[in-house]
Design a protein around this ligand. Structure first.
Ligand code: GAL
Length: 310
């Protein structure tokens, strides 16, 4: 395959739909590992991998209702099935690799499967990128609500967890502990009352960009971004990027490719039929404090197998 159509539900190398929504890509050993929500059957998170970002090989259902559970030093609730015998809800999973512990650490948004009142984050780990992850349970960071979320690994391997707090009213930025298994410090409460969701961070030439959406459930809205000289530094006010529906998508993550392209990945949610939701990938133009994003119909591989947009 050498082409993915933006907005469609992309297929893996076996021809099956890719179930990796609200996801994240981790670069490891020349592969791109794509993790995301898979709501089928007893599955929570699935992992695919690719060398070219177009051909995706299914690897594993890394987190399911049968995942091994293990408590750790942080007091959490370890529950992957709720009181009614139903699945809980794990959304927007993100994975980082911790060099010092040689562990892949997953953070995700947790809800109880009936409503969105738990507003918690959950952690899972594995010693390989696409093995069976061990679930360590959910908690509210410093007691705060925590919904749409992302992880970001800074240059010096300091990592951050960013999530929507106070019923999505504010966006919190937390520095993680060195092993990425707990929250160390609340470093920012950003854009109070602006209801930012779907955060995604990238850095280029010392400028950090945080992209996000407004809070309109499954329906798309005008994407906005802010810039900063560092995650813990002051952030600018919110500016618009893309069009009034972010080309009918909501951010899932931003990828800096192995060949230094900056790509926006988003979900094109289907509010009535979740399983028909598609994907959008678009190049980001990052210059100084500006972010620009235009729409292209498809993601293609050129003759040298490099990704291009047409
Ligand atoms: C969106 C959020 C999605 C999902 C959805 C449910 O705002 O970004 O991840 O939680 O709401 O309505």
């Amino acid at each position: 395959m050498n082409k993915l159509k933006n907005g469609e539900l992309w297929k893996d190398t076996e021809g099956n739909p890719i179930h990796a929504h609200g996801g994240h890509i981790l670069k490891k050993d020349n592969y791109y590992y794509w993790y995301g929500e898979d709501r089928r059957d007893n599955i929570y998170v699935s992992c695919y991998r690719s060398k070219d970002l177009v051909n995706w090989e299914f690897r594993n259902h890394i987190l399911t209702t049968d995942s091994k559970m293990e408590e750790y030093r942080v007091r959490t609730v370890c529950k992957l099935i709720n009181e009614d015998g139903k699945k809980v809800n794990l959304e927007r999973p993100k994975v980082l690799y911790n060099k010092s512990t040689n562990t892949f650490v997953l953070w995700t948004h947790y809800e109880n499967g009936n409503d969105y009142t738990d507003a918690a984050c959950a952690v899972a780990t594995c010693d390989t990128p696409d093995g069976d992850f061990t679930y360590h349970g959910h908690f509210n960071p410093f007691g705060y609500m925590s919904r749409d979320c992302t992880l970001y690994q800074d240059k010096d391997d300091v990592a951050y967890f960013i999530s929507a707090a106070r019923d999505n009213g504010d966006l919190h930025v937390y520095r993680l502990s060195e092993d990425y298994l707990n929250i160390d410090k609340l470093v920012h409460r950003l854009w109070q009352g602006e209801y930012r969701e779907a955060p995604a961070v990238v850095e280029k030439e010392g400028v950090y960009y945080l992209l996000s959406s407004f809070c309109t459930g499954w329906y798309p809205n005008q994407g906005k971004y802010a810039s900063s000289k560092g995650i813990e530094e002051d952030w600018s006010s919110l500016q618009e990027f893309g069009d009034e529906t972010t080309y009918h998508s909501q951010p899932s993550f931003i990828l800096k490719t192995y060949d230094d392209q900056f790509l926006y990945f988003g979900d094109r949610w289907n509010a009535d039929h979740y399983f028909e939701s598609g994907y959008v990938a678009l190049p980001l133009k990052l210059e100084g404090e500006n972010v620009e994003m235009s729409f292209y119909d498809s993601v293609q591989l050129d003759d040298t197998q490099v990704i291009t947009f047409k």
